[in-house]
Ligand binder design. Structure first.
Ligand SMILES: [Zn+2]
Length: 743
């Protein structure tokens, strides 16, 4: 009887206990499995963690209600926050959102928190709280009155130790814990930001002046918008004659100017934009020189930064964010972690733009950072813009998706222009991409962008300017010549020298010569050019036979020479090798030599041979009665040419090869040009020479020195004609044997 009642009691107790444990099991399951399944891939540790969470019920059977409360605080609330974040922004809480809450101004924090006042979220909260209250009321302590459970205790102790070990492992490895991981990244970024900020030298931009405008026409307010695109290859825009009309709206908007020769300095966002947005000086882009945002703050503008890119930036240090945060107002709408490459659609920034435009400040500049065409392309536009389709293979399908993203950007840009037009302010919108993108340009091409695999498509970017009617009326200085600048080769590395001028500002801190709109005044053509009668000269006359054959047909000849140091004479040969011909012998017994011009391409000019070579050249000139002004010495070693200039010879600096067949050369060609300009400024040479294919650059960047060109390509006849007609500074063009053309 006693035994029976014992077992009966036990079985009732067991039944009760099972009920309690089951209730508890459901209480944890409600958030646990769904939660982890939602956020991360399933891991072996999750069920073990789950068991671990169950264990305290057995160990402290008398404290079950307290445990329910604790779990609500430490499991339910974090999960509620994560889930509502996921519902609102499509991603779990990450450093971007933590930044928005903890590390920004109050207004942004409130703005962020306001999102949570939403029916779905309220419903979620209600269901969480109801489950909690229901369980709290229903659950009872678990009874362990008999020794039969002692076995359970021993067993549980072992389990508990194992499970505790697993639990610690999970929580120590941040990657498996979303909240902790987000917090760790947030802290890391914060300390990087802090370090950079502390190292900065805060120097105000001084003496910023307004460029004079016609006061009768002055609009009351100035509102300027800079739109930074993402991963756009110029070639894919309809406005640049792409075979698909990807920019139908921009193409038919008035006062839109598409500049077709602009490149980015790098193929990656961070590298390119830190250069474009700061007063970059190659060494210390941010600490010593400040950003364009600082410039406008100091100029009395109200500055805004609206972004659809991740707050934490691409990579650990969000340097773009660091620049952005100097703006008076920031609006980051993207709450995805940067690794996920997800984003809301760009048009979701329009309401934020509207708010900025409604601000009553008289002078405003608004930067808008698009997600643009960042891969995966198909994620960047709503279904409505899924216009171009070509799924014949995955490559063409990817190109079609890319083109759709451009089509969508066109729509967003038009919306921005529409908002601006309504304001009737003096305003412009400047759109450019941070870098280009290679979308399967050839069979071998790996698509996307990176400097180490860089192709020209990764650097050739769109650069589009829209101006308002009031702007047009106020800035005739810009508008008058704008067509002229549309083909100017330009790198956005110098953008901080263009944006102020475009925004009606000037300052001693701005290098005007690096502005896109810097006008090169046509300087007078050097007198000596008139001495050269015929500007088409024969290329590579490296033996006497050839010289005699063409002697009457050309006025000038290009000859390759090497200086032989042992014998102190000039070898005539194309390479740095000893040829048969000797320059002195070549000039022997030719009547009429005096009337001709000779360009000597000095292939091995060096510090060691320059004086001996000069001496020998003077001897030859003397012997053959040649005018020193009829001899031009050309070399790429500009520093050794000065002594020839000083002795009365003409000299020519052979410019670098600005060819961009290879990616890295292409990236650097603007840099090469600048380097050459600098070298030239310190020398006494009389000409620059270059391959004719760089005619446009040479014409633009070396406006005050006569040019010599090598036109050796297939199309050399047209090119020669074109150069001689358009370039007043062209002194001579060297061509291969082209008697047909010449006669
Ligand atoms: Zn980018």
């Amino acid at each position: 009887m006693f035994l029976f009642s014992f077992y009966e009691k036990q079985s009732i107790e067991l039944k009760n206990n099972i009920k309690q444990i089951l209730l508890f099991f459901l209480y944890i399951s409600f958030v646990f499995f769904s939660g982890y399944y939602f956020f991360k891939e399933f891991s072996f540790f999750y069920p073990i963690t789950f068991l671990a969470l169950l264990t305290p019920v057995f160990i402290f059977p008398g404290r079950v209600k307290l445990y329910v409360v604790l779990l609500f605080v430490f499991l339910y609330i974090p999960y509620f926050l994560n889930l509502s974040h996921f519902i609102l922004f499509g991603d779990v809480i990450n450093s971007s959102s933590l930044n928005a809450v903890f590390d920004s101004n109050l207004q942004e924090t409130i703005g962020f928190i306001k999102h949570f006042f939403n029916l779905k979220i309220l419903f979620l909260l209600l269901s969480f709280v109801s489950v909690f209250i229901f369980v709290l009321i229903k659950i009872k302590n678990i009874a362990y009155s008999q020794s039969i459970y002692k076995f359970n205790f021993a067993f549980l102790k072992i389990c508990f130790i194992c499970i505790l070990f697993c639990l610690v492992k999970i929580f120590v490895s941040y990657d498996t814990n979303i909240l902790l991981n987000g917090y760790r990244l947030f802290n890391e970024e914060k300390s990087v930001f802090k370090k950079i900020r502390n190292e900065r030298i805060i120097q105000k931009f001084q003496n910023i002046q307004t460029i004079s405008v016609d006061s009768d026409k002055t609009a009351k307010s100035e509102t300027y918008v800079i739109v930074i695109g993402e991963s756009v290859d110029r070639k894919h825009l309809g406005i640049y004659n792409y075979n698909r009309q990807t920019t139908p709206l921009l193409s038919k908007t008035d006062n839109v100017y598409a500049f077709d020769n602009v490149v980015s300095p790098n193929a990656q966002t961070l590298d390119s934009l830190t250069k474009a947005l700061t007063f970059y000086d190659n060494v210390n882009f941010f600490q010593s020189k400040r950003s364009i945002i600082n410039f406008f703050n100091d100029a009395g503008f109200k500055t805004f930064w609206i972004s659809n890119q991740s707050f934490s930036g691409w990579g650990k240090a969000g340097l773009i964010t660091l620049i952005a945060r100097d703006a008076a107002k920031c609006g980051f709408i993207n709450r995805f972690s940067w690794e996920s490459l997800k984003s809301p659609y760009d048009e979701e920034m329009i309401p934020v733009l509207k708010k900025a435009l409604a601000d009553t400040s008289e002078k405003k500049i608004i930067f808008i950072h698009l997600m643009g065409s960042h891969g995966p392309y198909a994620d960047r536009y709503p279904e409505k813009f899924n216009v171009f389709k070509n799924d014949s293979n995955w490559r063409t399908q990817t190109v079609a998706e890319y083109d759709n993203s451009i089509l969508y950007t066109d729509y967003v840009l038009k919306k921005i222009i529409d908002e601006l037009s309504q304001k009737k302010d003096m305003s412009y919108m400047l759109y450019f991409s941070d870098h280009g993108e290679d979308v399967y340009e050839d069979e071998k091409s790996t698509f996307a962008h990176a400097d180490f695999i860089g192709t020209r498509h990764m650097y050739e970017i769109p650069f589009v300017l829209w101006i308002s009617d009031a702007y047009k009326a106020n800035r005739p200085d810009i508008v008058k010549d704008i067509e002229k600048f549309k083909n100017r080769p330009y790198s956005i590395q110098h953008l901080t020298n263009t944006i102020p001028e475009l925004s009606n500002l000037e300052s001693p801190d701005i290098d005007k010569t690096k502005s896109l709109f810097y006008e090169i005044k046509p300087s007078s053509v050097a007198k000596n050019i008139n001495e050269i009668k015929n500007k088409i000269w024969l290329y590579r006359v490296n033996n006497k036979k050839r010289l005699l054959h063409y002697f009457d047909k050309y006025d000038g000849f290009q000859i390759d020479v090497n200086f032989n140091e042992d014998g102190s004479y000039f070898n005539v040969s194309p390479e740095n090798i000893s040829g048969n011909a000797n320059l002195d012998e070549m000039f022997q017994n030719i009547s009429g030599l005096k009337s001709k011009y000779f360009l000597l391409s000095f292939k091995n000019l060096s510090y060691g041979n320059k004086e001996k070579a000069l001496h020998e050249l003077e001897r030859i000139a003397d012997k053959h009665k040649l005018d020193k002004k009829h001899i031009l010495i050309e070399a790429s070693e500009i520093e050794y040419l000065n002594i020839f200039s000083e002795k009365g010879f003409y000299t020519s600096f052979l410019l670098s090869d600005y060819s961009y067949d290879k990616a890295h050369e292409y990236r650097n060609y603007i840099h090469d040009i600048e380097y050459d300009i600098e070298k030239l400024s310190k020398s006494k040479v009389s000409f620059v020479s270059s391959d004719a294919k760089f005619f446009m650059y040479v014409n633009f960047y070396f406006p005050s020195i006569p040019h010599l060109f090598y036109a050796l390509d297939k199309n050399h006849q047209e090119l020669t004609e074109y150069i001689l007609k358009t370039d007043k500074k062209a002194a001579a063009v060297f061509v291969p044997d082209i008697r047909k053309f010449y006669e």
